[in-house]
Write a protein that binds this ligand. Structure first.
Ligand code: DHB
Ligand code: FE
Length: 281
């Protein structure tokens, strides 16, 4: 049976992708951010995942306002990156794991999630930047991308995203192919890119959110989407990915590493590494 080796959540600011492309990791602005990844790299070397389920939010590359599923699961053999602006170079496609994708889709539908299944899906910076951060020297594992709508309201609730993650956790636990599965989340934490509140960051909220996410995720379910927007900013709703990841990891987790860094561009950037208290077998 498959094993969930852990979860990693990480911010996906496009400027990070540009810094990687321009080899700026040692610059004074970037060094404190990139240094925070060494413990995650060490953990990954030991955990040896061979596939990743990635909760991320598309920003208008694959889905736009004309056609915007709440939850979309990739079921492709590979996922192409494409030009989305931001000055980011287009990078080569990422491998998928279509059999695991279909297994996840079957579990989600059995659990009454009405998802879109995508046999073709282009991935934007929210997918590519975490992959580049976690595997800077290649060796990236195949992925099952799961996109959650954060673009057009109404957004799914915190509670719904937690349940989505739990369903994905059940899918992993019943996958008979012996894989070591990493669950990833991309986005957040607090940030707002536009409007009068542009530049808004809420450190107190982020740190309380992280504590609850690790030790008491049930407490997060009381947060409404409006409260998340008010507390974390309009783009801070990306923390829905973190909630979904946490749902997949089971009742209790150990925090392996946390690195919170303000700011990267307009964002409170964070990296969180979690291990399930009991590995799902
Ligand atoms: C920024 C943050 C994001 O999450 C994003 O998708 C784009 C830009 C930023 O802080 O610049
Ligand atoms: Fe974003």
């Amino acid at each position: 049976m498959a094993v969930t080796v852990g979860g990693i959540a990480v911010s996906h600011v496009p400027a990070i992708g540009a810094a990687i492309a321009q080899h700026k990791q040692a610059d004074p602005y970037w060094r404190p951010f990139f240094e925070g990844f060494a413990p995650a790299h060490a953990w990954l070397r030991a955990a040896k995942p061979d596939v990743a389920v990635v909760f991320y939010n598309d920003h208008g590359l694959n889905f736009f306002l004309d056609n915007l599923p709440t939850f979309a699961v990739g079921a492709a053999p590979a996922y192409a990156n494409a030009d989305e602006g931001w000055g980011l170079p287009v990078i080569p496609p990422f491998a998928g794991d279509a059999p695991l994708s279909w297994h996840v889709i079957e579990q989600l539908v059995r659990d009454e999630f009405d998802i879109a299944s995508c046999q073709e899906m282009a991935v934007d910076h929210a997918f590519t930047v975490p992959m580049q951060l976690l595997w800077p020297d290649g060796g990236r594992v195949p992925a099952v991308p799961i996109a959650i709508n954060t673009v057009q309201h109404p957004l799914p609730s915190v509670r719904r995203c937690f349940r989505l993650g739990q369903s994905v956790g059940r899918a992993i636990a019943s996958w008979k192919h012996g894989a070591r599965v990493l669950v990833m989340a991309s986005g957040g934490l607090s940030h707002q890119l536009d409007g009068p509140g542009a530049g808004f960051i809420n450190k107190a909220f982020d740190l309380a959110f992280l504590d609850d996410l690790v030790a008491n995720p049930g407490a997060l379910e009381r947060l409404s989407t409006l409260e998340v927007v008010e507390q974390a900013g309009t783009q801070g709703v990306e923390l829905l990915m973190w909630v979904a990841m946490r749902g997949a990891l089971g009742a209790s987790v150990r925090q392996i590493h946390r690195h919170y860094h303000i700011p990267i561009s307009n964002t409170a950037a964070c990296l969180l590494v979690l291990e399930p208290e009991v590995e799902t077998v």
